[in-house]
Design a protein around this ligand. Structure first.
Ligand SMILES: Nc1ncnc2c1ncn2[C@@H]1O[C@H](COP(=O)(O)OP(=O)(O)O)[C@@H](O)[C@H]1O
Ligand SMILES: [Mg+2]
Length: 250
């Protein structure tokens, strides 16, 4: 049976973030909280997998991270129910995004990840507009690549930096490079790292973990760390990964 994490519809959302405190921080308020929105109108593209992995990567690196789950299917929330550790995941309607974003900030989050439903609708647009960085996971397969245009148009509408991230890619397949070239020819920006199809991504989440916890030195964990470090650079957040030289601009 899952443990209720937060009272529903209260102003104390993300209370766990503040309740746990943070070493070395004088104030829990994060004026510089960064937000990543994961959008794609295609179901099964890897949105939730990416959202929870990025949030956990930040958490393991010593950041406070949180996830807003806008998908009525509540996949990220169900994953969090099986987990006993951060990141905190809350779900709501997109109309409540400004409130939830503010709550995460007030409760000390450094990184907020917004997971969305498989739509290119108003809710996804609101998530995109709330973001410092939009990631659009996409399988390198014809039907998926065809379906990505609406999501990319929505990201353009939001006027936020947006990148397509090739996800669930077959290992050592020419499809990856072909997809990248095709997307770039269409004027899309494609993230320099790829998430390959790896069992650690799908197996680890069964009991509320991630690939980094399931197999810390595995290939899936390595790929995710690369993407996390790259995304942190894009949003000017110190990744806090060993060897990271990133310093926030003044
Ligand atoms: N890189 C990957 N390697 C292996 N399985 C993956 C990968 N990304 C996602 N999956 C699996 O694919 C399915 C759909 O992923 P999910 O993240 O739920 O997509 P979305 O949120 O876009 O619908 C899930 O079963 C998930 O475990
Ligand atoms: Mg999902």
């Amino acid at each position: 049976m899952s443990i209720p994490r937060l009272p529903r519809f209260q102003a104390t959302r993300f209370a766990k973030l503040s309740a746990r405190g943070h070493v070395g921080r004088s104030s829990s308020q994060r004026e510089d909280m960064k937000t990543i929105a994961i959008i794609s109108q295609k179901g099964g593209a890897g949105k939730t997998t990416l959202a929870v992995h990025l949030a956990v990567c930040a958490h393991l690196a010593g950041h406070r991270s949180a996830v807003i789950d806008l998908d009525p299917q509540a996949t990220a929330r169900k994953w969090a129910d099986k987990r006993r550790d951060e990141p905190e995941v809350v779900g709501d309607h997109a109309e409540r995004l400004p409130f939830l974003t503010e709550a995460a900030k007030n409760n000390g989050a450094d990184l907020l990840v917004i997971d969305t439903a498989p739509n290119a609708d108003r809710a996804s647009l609101m998530a995109a507009r709330a973001a410092d960085l939009i990631l659009i996971p996409c399988r390198p397969a014809a039907f998926d690549l065809d379906a990505i245009a609406a999501t990319c148009d929505l990201a353009d509408l939001a006027r936020r930096p947006a990148w397509v991230l090739l996800s669930s890619a077959p290992v050592r397949s020419p499809l990856v490079e072909e997809s990248r070239l095709g997307l770039e020819a269409d004027g899309r920006r494609v993230a320099p790292f790829v998430l390959h199809q790896r069992v650690a991504f799908s197996h680890s989440v069964i009991d509320g973990r991630t690939a980094m916890e399931f197999e810390p030195f595995g290939k899936a964990a390595g790929e995710l760390r690369d993407i996390y470090a790259w995304a942190c650079k894009e949003i000017e957040l110190d990744s806090r990964l060993p060897g990271s030289k990133m310093r926030k601009s003044a």
